[in-house]
Design a protein. Structure first.
Lengths: 103, 476
C-alpha cells in the first residue's frame, strides 16, 4: 500500500524537498499566521445568506496550498483588509456601501 | 445462469424496501430484503464505481476488513427497484447499526482515524472520498468498518479535500469538545445529528485553547472564513486553484497525527469505571454472578446480547467467553464505556460499548423522522443482560417497576435480570437523600410483573443482601 510509510518518515522529509528558498517559506508561514490571527480577532462581518457551507474550508485549503493559494485568499479578502484600516470621512463603514443585499 | 439466479433470490421481490436513511446520494441506494442488504449503483455513479473497482483498492481494503465486503449480484434480486441501477451489490448484514452520538470518545476517535487511513490509502491509488460522514463508519466490536462504497470516486488532479468541513463537524470538533473542554460530544451530536460546527466550537473555546496551530487553522480560521463574506463571483477564483496532491496528503496525515494525540481533558476516574474494583459485594458473590452469566450464555448461545448497564464490560466478557457471539454493551457512564472499550481492544472481544440513558434512548430522527433509527427499532438481540440495572430506572429515575420490566422483556426473547432488594446498601444509597415513594418496588411485584410477560426459568440468590438473578423466557 505504501500509505503507512507516508504517515511516517516520508512526510517530514518532503517538507524540505520542494526546493523553495527558506525565506519564502518563512514569508508564507508568517502570512498564514497573520491571516489566521486577523481572522481570530474577527475583522469579518457576518456572511451573506446562501453562502456555501464549505466556503470556510475552501479558503483554509487555499492558505494551506502554498504561496499561490495564499495570494488568491489575499485577493479575495483585499477589500476587507482595506476596509478594516480605511474608513471614509463620515466615519461610515465602507462595507455598508459594498454590500449588495442578497435575495 | 438461470440456476445461479434461482439460488440467489431467497425473498419475494415485493419484500424489498429502500433504507430510509440512504437517500442523499444519487449515485446509489441501500435496499433491504429479508436478511439481505443490497446497494444499487446508478448510471450517475457507475463510472466512478468502475474506476474504483478496477483500481484494486476495494479488494485491498476488504482483505483486512477495513471496509465492508461486497459482491456483484444479478439486478433481478431487486425487481423494479433496480430500474435505475447499473449494478447491484450485496453486503453482509452488520449485527448492529450504531450512530456517532451513541459512541464513547475512543470509538469516535477510532472512527476518525479509520476514516483518514482509508482516505490516505485511497489517494495512494488515485481514488478519493467524496464526503466524510461519520455515519459511514460502523463497528464490529471496537473495530471500525467503512460501509459506504459509493463515497469512493476518482481523484481529480488538483482537487481539494471536499469532505474537510464535514470531517471537522462530524469527527474533529466533537473530539475537541471533550479533549479541550472535558465535555462529551453525545448530547450535542444527537441534537444536531451533523456534529458540531467550527463556528459554535470557536465561540465556546477559551482563548488559551485556541493558541495552537491546528486549532487556529481548523477551528478559528475555518469559522472566520465561513462567517466572513466573499462576494459571490469572486469565489470562482478558488475553483481555479490547484491543490497539490502532496499537500492534500500532508493535510490528512497531519490531521491524523493531531487526532491520535488528542485525549479527554477530564481524565479523572468516573464513578463506574472504578466500580468493579469497589463493588460492595464479596469476591465469592461476584464469582457466583459470573458463573450464572456463564451458564446462561452457554445454554442460550445468543448470537447478540444487549448488556444494559454494562459497566466496564466484565459480565459481557464472561458471556462472550461462553457462547455469545457479540455484545452491545450499553451504559450511561463515559468512564465505564471507555474502560469497556479498552477491555474489548485488549482482550480482542466482540464487544461494542455504546452510550445509553435508558430513560431517554435514541429516538427515530433525521429526515422524515426515519433517517436514523431509534434504539427500539434496532432491537435485534437474542438475549438481554440487565445486571444491577433495574433499580437505577425504577428508583433512580422514578420509572414504574412494571414499565421497566415490560421494556426489558420487549427487547429480546430471553435474558437475565438482576433484582436488587430495597434493603441492599446500593438501593439505600439511592434513597438516602430522598423520600421513599416506591411502595411497589419489591421482589414480589417484580416476580409478578415478570411472570405476566415471561416464564421464569431459573432464579438464583447471588449476594447476602438478597440480590437475585432471574433467567426468563418471553411468552409467545
Amino acid at each position: 500500500m505504501g500509505y503507512a510509510n507516508m504517515l511516517r518518515g516520508k512526510e517530514d522529509s518532503s517538507m524540505h524537498r520542494n526546493g523553495r528558498p527558506k525565506v519564502w517559506k518563512y514569508a508564507a508561514k508568517s502570512a498564514l499566521l497573520c491571516a489566521v490571527l486577523a481572522l481570530a480577532f474577527d475583522f469579518s462581518r457576518p456572511a451573506f445568506a446562501y453562502l456555501d457551507p464549505g466556503t470556510g474550508s475552501i479558503m483554509l485549503q487555499l492558505l494551506l496550498g502554498g504561496v499561490a493559494g495564499g495570494l488568491v485568499v489575499a485577493k479575495l479578502y483585499w477589500h476587507k483588509l482595506k476596509e478594516f484600516f480605511v474608513r471614509d470621512a463620515s466615519g461610515e463603514d465602507l462595507r455598508a456601501k459594498d454590500n449588495t443585499p442578497g435575495e | 445462469m438461470a440456476r445461479t439466479f434461482e439460488r440467489k433470490i431467497t425473498h419475494r421481490v415485493s419484500d424489498v424496501r429502500a433504507d430510509p436513511g440512504s437517500f442523499r446520494d444519487p449515485r446509489g441506494r441501500i435496499y433491504h430484503a429479508g436478511e439481505k442488504v443490497y446497494r444499487t449503483v446508478t448510471e450517475i455513479g457507475a463510472e466512478d464505481y468502475e474506476f474504483v473497482r478496477d483500481s484494486g483498492l476495494i479488494e485491498c481494503l476488504q482483505d483486512d476488513a477495513r471496509i465492508i465486503a461486497s459482491k456483484t449480484v444479478e439486478k433481478a434480486v431487486l425487481g423494479d427497484r433496480a430500474a435505475d441501477a447499473r449494478y447491484v451489490l450485496e453486503h453482509p448484514r452488520l449485527p448492529f447499526i450504531s450512530h456517532p452520538y451513541e459512541w464513547p470518545y475512543p470509538a469516535l476517535k477510532a472512527a476518525a482515524l479509520h476514516h483518514l487511513d482509508i482516505h490516505l490509502a485511497a489517494l495512494a491509488e488515485g481514488v478519493t472520498l467524496s464526503d466524510a460522514s461519520a455515519y459511514n463508519i460502523q463497528f464490529l466490536g471496537v473495530q471500525p468498518v467503512f460501509i459506504d462504497l459509493l463515497s469512493f470516486r476518482k481523484y481529480r488532479d488538483g482537487e481539494m479535500w471536499s469532505g474537510h468541513r464535514q470531517f471537522c463537524e462530524q469527527f474533529l470538533n466533537p473530539l475537541l469538545l471533550r479533549a479541550k473542554l472535558g465535555i462529551a460530544h453525545n448530547a450535542w451530536y444527537r441534537g444536531t445529528q451533523e456534529g458540531i460546527s467550527a463556528g459554535d466550537l470557536r465561540q465556546i473555546l477559551p482563548w488559551n485553547k485556541k493558541l495552537s496551530r491546528n486549532v487556529l487553522l481548523h477551528v478559528v480560521a475555518q469559522a472566520a472564513f465561513q462567517k466572513s463574506a466573499v462576494p459571490s463571483g469572486d469565489s470562482t477564483l478558488a475553483t481555479e486553484f490547484r491543490f497539490p496532491l502532496q499537500k492534500y496528503q500532508r493535510m490528512l496525515a497531519k490531521m491524523r497525527r493531531w487526532i491520535e494525540s488528542l485525549e479527554p481533558a477530564d481524565t479523572g476516574k468516573t464513578v463506574w469505571q472504578e466500580y468493579t474494583g469497589i463493588h460492595n459485594y464479596s469476591d465469592e458473590e461476584f464469582t457466583a454472578k459470573k458463573d450464572y452469566v456463564a451458564r446462561f450464555s452457554a445454554a442460550a448461545k445468543p448470537k447478540i446480547i444487549w448488556d444494559l448497564g454494562c459497566n466496564t464490560g466484565e459480565f459481557s466478557q464472561v458471556a462472550l467467553e461462553n457462547g455469545t457471539e457479540l455484545s452491545c454493551a450499553f451504559d450511561y457512564d463515559q468512564g465505564a464505556l471507555e474502560a469497556a472499550f479498552a477491555r474489548a481492544a485488549d482482550e480482542r472481544l466482540m464487544l461494542q460499548p455504546l452510550l445509553l440513558d435508558a430513560a431517554n434512548p435514541s429516538p427515530n430522527q433525521g429526515w422524515n423522522e426515519h433517517e436514523r433509527k431509534g434504539l427500539k427499532e434496532r432491537a435485534n438481540a437474542d438475549a438481554v443482560l440487565a445486571l444491577a440495572f433495574v433499580h437505577h430506572l425504577a428508583i433512580g429515575r422514578n420509572i414504574p417497576l412494571a414499565d421497566v420490566v415490560e421494556w426489558l422483556v420487549g427487547l429480546a426473547p430471553q435474558g437475565v435480570i438482576e433484582f436488587v432488594p430495597k434493603a441492599d446498601p446500593k438501593v439505600q444509597e439511592l434513597l438516602a437523600l430522598r423520600e421513599d415513594i416506591f411502595p411497589q418496588y419489591s421482589e414480589e411485584s417484580f416476580r409478578r410483573y415478570l411472570s405476566s410477560r415471561a416464564s421464569i426459568i431459573e432464579v438464583a440468590t447471588v449476594t447476602e443482601s438478597g440480590r437475585k438473578l432471574f433467567w426468563y423466557r418471553r411468552n409467545g
